[in-house]
Design a protein around this ligand. Sequence first.
Ligand code: ZN
Length: 64
Amino acid sequence: MKQTVRCQCGALYEREEHQTVVRWRDAFNCVVCGREIEDWSRSRRAIFRLIRRPVSLPERPPSG
Ligand SMILES: [Zn+2]
């Protein structure tokens, strides 16, 4: 079952739960703003795919 999840920064993700997935991460952070979108227990995992970026991107870090 697929859902769409929206981050506070405006990024839109497709979320799909998997019960038997190869070892995955314990949490998912937004690839755009870095905010944690979801953390889950070891029995339930979800995969997120970025399907739409926010209109206004956050400022880039001042690292060169
Ligand atoms: Zn975000």
